[in-house]
Design a protein around this ligand. Sequence first.
Ligand code: MOS
Length: 733
Amino acid sequence: MSGTLPLVGAPNDRVDGRRKVTGSAPYAAEYPLAGLVSAVMITATIGKGRVTSIDTGDARRVPGVIAIMTHENAPRVDEAKAQDQTAQVLPLLQDDIVRYDRQPVAVAIADTFEHAVEAANRVIVHYAPDQPAISFERGERYIPKEIHGEPAAFRKGNPEAAIAASAARIDNMYTTPVYHHNPMEPHATTAAWSSDGTLTVYDATQGVGPDARTYAHHFGIPVSRVHVIAKFIGGGFGCKGTTWSHAVLAAMAAKLTGRPVRLVLTRPQMFSSVGFRPQTHQRIALGADRDGRLNGQIHTVTAQTSTFAEFVESSAVISQVLYPPANVAISHELVRLNTATPTFMRAPGESTGSFALESAMDELAVALALDPVELRLRNDVAADAHGLPFSSRSLRACLTQASERFDWRRRTPQPRSMRAGDQLVGLGMAAATYPTNRSAASALVRIASDGSVTVQSAGVDIGTGAYTAFSQVAADLLGVPLANVRMELGDNQYPTAPVAGGSQLTASVGSAVKLAALDARAKLLALVTADAASPLHGIAGDSIQTKNAGLYAQDGRGETYAAILTRHGLANIEGRADAKPGDEKKKYAMHAFGAHFVELHVDESLGTIQLQRIVSAFASGRIVNAKTATSQYYGGITFGIGMALLEQTHFDDRTARIMNANLSEYLVPTNADVPPIEVIIVPEEDTIVNEIGVKGIGEIGIVGVAAAIANAVYHATGIRVRDLPITPEKLLS
Ligand code: MOS
């Protein structure tokens, strides 16, 4: 309470917990606007071709139907995506072209959801199908120019020669399938146009600012005429990080009908047009000397994108960060397939790339007969592949602390050497890293004469605990109880904030909240030190602390914010700040690090894998709230379990149809699949990354989990599975 932030903040309960569990926290599909009507999307049943005709006669006879919106009557909009979006085109019923399975081809709008569903079921779409390309062998290959603004390839030294001259060599292919995000809350949009041409949208989005700019772009209106609100969203994982077709279609339907429209995706439609993690084929080649020191490393990636837009899964980037040797090459190649456009999914790049790299490191450890933890310790580095020193790097501490807690020493290295009854026992590990990102963000801190504090920022809490974390930053810096802070988020009319993605929201908005709180404090200090009626009159400002909801000198003299504001006849005082990155990314490599240790049982007769225990350590700079942070790590690790063992989207090779667009055949981990998980927070102070020293925690949890599990499966069985997910069939064949 002295105006500073603890390195590991209090594990406070969520400030919004009661509203969430009682159902009073509003989500995008829960705003009861007057005259609200329902829209239901109708999606293509072919993977490529044209719509030849749409028969809406039967649908329009359903009671309560207001309109069937097709490419023939849809409002004209700009289909090209706004500049801050990654893809170039959003299918918005502007033509008859079908580019992928489940592309929206019409929208049924009716007075009730049930009538809209009935009408949607009665719309008959006729197609002229073409042969889609759905496999890497059939799609057009090309080299992308860049990855989200960074070079798509990098080369240093001569890795081929270095590997060829090495005592130990590994050169293997690793593959990962398509994954879909599947947050609990489906995508949903409630859109209303007012008579003055202003668009109001309650949207399931990770970023109200970028979302508003996208609507403004498609409808050709100033962003000042778009109001986007996202007070609560039920998970995102990246699919809600950009604005997709259905959201703009809801606003188009509202324009067409002159009514407020609610559009909610069905669970099968969660597999249609809202992005996914692309399939990757990755080659990793490593060369090391007899002591295990890496001499050369090659990481090449082939990933898929769509036929009409580009997204690069940046899987090889991690090879520039974890243990880059003197000779290293990374590259990315894309294949255009007839699918929707892939997108960011929790730790995009690092999650898939770490499966390849950290599996290969385990294979190298086997080739060297060296302990895999020791191999990683011997290849710890002080700078990334570009020679930038790390602002802080606690990989060694993560490896050491997690391996001790896990009791890694009991592992006998020989595969198939450990058993529990009739089960094979496997112990495996892998390292993790994720970049520290931030973007420009602003915040407002208002201290009222009743002592209450209101903090505003446009940032969205995607379920991670942002309301709680930012409340804690303000409460700690102003020395007020957490309960006195009212945190307001998720409205693009609040001070601007970036998308809650790339694990950047706490770093970005938290820094702005800190600076805004300091601005409010400076304004109060200016008042009291110049005020003869204040007990702090004439005292040097830098010796005054914020505590007990006021300003106090070392000797105890001071007064509350309420007393200061009341005496000056002020209803409140406001602090404002714009926080933005400086040039630190040019001078430093900034990343969080971690390590996972996994114990599992394999039943050889069934090929089944039962996880027993996971111990993971993470160093992510300052942790604002130890409880919500630990939940993020648990969530990331659980996501990694799904990636390793259960999840994959199946496409029919002939038609490009997704064959398991539902949660009974797209398997996600349930409680029975998740073992006890122990998370160690390694305290880490980093004064370079940003004003509050946080590195981000939402994504690093998944990084390396799939490799740690695959490595444990190898240790249990002697079978190296390089193709995710690790299913019983792959262990039995
Ligand atoms: Mo995250 S995939 O950056 O929303």
